[in-house]
Design a protein around this ligand. Structure first.
Ligand SMILES: Cc1ncc(COP(=O)(O)O)c(C=O)c1O
Length: 402
């Protein structure tokens, strides 16, 4: 396979649907923190497949796991158990404190399962009519019909109406808005512990505990979408563990498979038991290949040294971003925020042109929420790589906004 970028784009324009906006770049391979494009250009990647390639590119443990598991068996069917599946379920439930796991193929599918479980639990306990779920303005939960209904951004919904009924959206970080939105029809509150696509917004430290209290008081389920924040990204195995709370349902994907399509829903036993035999399923979810990869990913990430690197490098990266923001001044830099290795520099100007300029300098990052530069590098990133990024980032911003 040796097509040039131009040749690849020509074929793409003829044969791919145009729903996904891509840069004019085709990637051929990667190693560690680096990616190479079809024209031989090298990039240091601070996007990590949008928080997915948590161990970087071609990590030895995952390459070996895939080869060995593929030679043994890739997929069976969900009529049978497999050892990788039960071992991964045991690891996820013991590390999260939530009693049971269900496996699927993507983040949206994990959230679909969570929405179904929340409704089913409420239906079993309270009968029909109590199916409302409160989510957050600016949130992102996926692209299926239920998850665009849950998502708090109009742009993902336009033209796809009618949406699934029962979703209301309230501002993030505002407990009284949540309280006011609860009605006799509400069964759950669903949110990301940090708004990812919404611009890396970290709530005040007392917010999630107050939300958990509210759920307790009103008999609502707390569903946390940890698809972006889960599995080490924020410096804890799960972001909710920063706050000493226990949600009823947690969804995972992204880092769970490191790029192999995988998702999971975890739930406390009392709630999980309402997904009764035959009530929900998927053909390929939980297949041995993805489960073996998930096990290797999670075992690696949950090691103490690994989590320590996330916290140390995350803190260093954040400080460097704060330094840059101070250099740029408030006319250009609005704020630096994030948790662990999910970080953002918000500009006063559109961030996309900076991402494009940064690419020319050999670095990948992400533009989200219009003016936000988001960084979600592989969790193996080092301070030395942060040091390489920072002057390039400053140059890119100053080139675009002189
Ligand atoms: C918080 C969150 N939830 C859900 C999703 C959807 O996951 P997927 O794209 O795997 O369906 C994403 C993807 O970016 C996400 O960031």
């Amino acid at each position: 396979m040796s097509l040039s970028t131009r040749e690849i784009i020509e074929i793409a324009q003829k044969h791919l649907m145009g729903n996904i906006i891509r840069f004019d770049m085709a990637i051929t391979h990667g190693q560690g923190m680096k990616l190479w494009d079809a024209d031989g250009n090298e990039y240091i990647d601070f996007l990590g497949g949008v928080a997915t390639c948590a161990l970087g590119y071609a990590p030895e443990i995952i390459v070996k796991t895939i080869a060995e598991q593929a030679a043994r068996v890739i997929h069976i069917s969900n009529y049978f158990y497999s050892e990788p599946m039960v071992r991964l379920a045991a690891l996820l439930t013991s590390s999260s404190g939530l009693g049971k796991a269900f496996f699927c193929n993507s983040g949206a599918e994990a959230n679909e399962a969570a929405i179904k479980l929340a409704r089913k639990y409420s239906h079993d306990l309270h009968g029909p009519g109590r199916f409302g779920i409160i989510t957050i303005q600016g949130s992102f939960h996926g692209r299926t019909m239920a998850t665009i209904s849950a998502t708090g951004q109009d742009k993902v919904k336009e033209g796809f109406e009618p949406l699934l009924p029962g979703f209301t959206h309230v501002p993030y970080g505002d407990v009284s808005a949540l309280e006011k939105a609860v009605t006799a029809e509400t069964c759950a509150i669903m949110m990301e512990p940090v708004l990812g696509e919404g611009g890396v917004i970290v709530p005040p430290p007392d917010y999630l505990p107050a939300v958990a209290d509210l759920c307790q008081k009103k008999g609502l389920l707390l569903v946390l979408d940890e698809i972006q924040t889960g599995l080490g990204r924020t410096g804890q195995p799960y972001a909710f563990q920063h706050y000493g709370i226990k949600p009823h349902i947690v969804t995972l994907a992204k880092a769970l498979g490191g790029g192999v399509a995988t998702g999971a829903m975890l739930a406390v036993d009392e709630v999980a038991s309402h997904l009764t035999p035959g009530s929900h399923s998927t053909t390929v979810g939980g297949a041995p290949l993805a489960m073996a990869v998930g096990l290797a990913m999670v075992e690696t990430i949950l090691q103490g040294d690994f989590l320590r690197n996330i916290n140390e490098t995350g803190l260093y990266f954040r400080q460097r971003l704060e330094g840059l923001a101070a250099d740029l001044g408030s006319g250009l830099a609005k704020s630096v925020r994030g948790q662990g290795l999910l970080l953002a520099l918000e500009l006063t100007q559109p961030s996309l042109p900076v991402v494009v300029e940064l690419m020319k300098l050999g670095f990948l990052a992400n533009s989200t929420a219009g003016t936000v530069l988001r960084f979600a590098p592989p969790l193996i990133v080092t301070k030395a790589e942060v040091d390489l990024l920072m002057p390039a980032l400053q140059k890119a911003i100053e080139t675009v906004y002189p």
